[in-house]
Design a protein around this ligand. Sequence first.
Ligand code: APR
Length: 239
Amino acid sequence: MRDMAQIRNIVILSGAGISAESGLRTFRADDGLWDDHRVEDVATPEAFRRDPDLVQRFYDERRANIMAAQPNAAHHALARLDREWPAELLIVTQNIDDLHERAGAGRVLHMHGEGLSAWCSACDARHHWTGTLRDKPPCPACGARALRPDIVWFGEMPYRMDEIFAALSRADLFVSIGTSGAVYPAAGFVEQAKSCGARTLELNLERSQGSHWFDETRLGPASERVPEWVEDALGGRPC
Ligand code: APR
């Protein structure tokens, strides 16, 4: 157990599990999104070329769910940590929802894109988007009807990987919250951080596929485990 006095730079990786208690479905649970949607049908560039209407409908529904959701105690605890942590902190989220930001966190990086963003494949502009895309609305910048969800699909490169690896190389503590460790490159961040000397902590409902890489795993709902950990971290107690 490393004393918090020795911890300066923190990288936090969050996954769908942190937003589960806000009513947003995870992917691989029994009632997960991938239980009634095939990845090949809704989350690849090939799927979008083949059936853009099906893909747009899938993300239109997720966008509506995101807007109907509210941040939970885990999001609020991380926002508090973001406000009060004196040194480097980066919340790298795999989630496309904006619940970290709506809870007040600023140091957030969406590596898989954002549900409330539309990306024009004609002029490359991105637009904050709360409506639907299936009705092919014109791009506010160029007028082309070429807007797609600003989401990193399977087979596409996640966003801002250089920044993420730079932060991992400086991290003293890597904390993973609500992710199954099933999808790379995110699932490899713990190994990366560990190889750079970071202490590693997992907060999850159940052990993930990468649990063996973590110095410590604390099981339970994020709305309980995350506020506890943040209290420890800010209280200077070993964590
Ligand atoms: N509190 C904490 N953890 C939870 C909770 C909760 N309330 N509910 C579920 N979990 C955990 C599950 O035990 C599981 O390990 O969250 C994890 C969710 O795993 P996935 O559904 O696989 O989601 P995630 O890891 O975020 O998926 C990674 O895969 O489908 C792609 O691009 C998509 O970003 C996503 C990536």
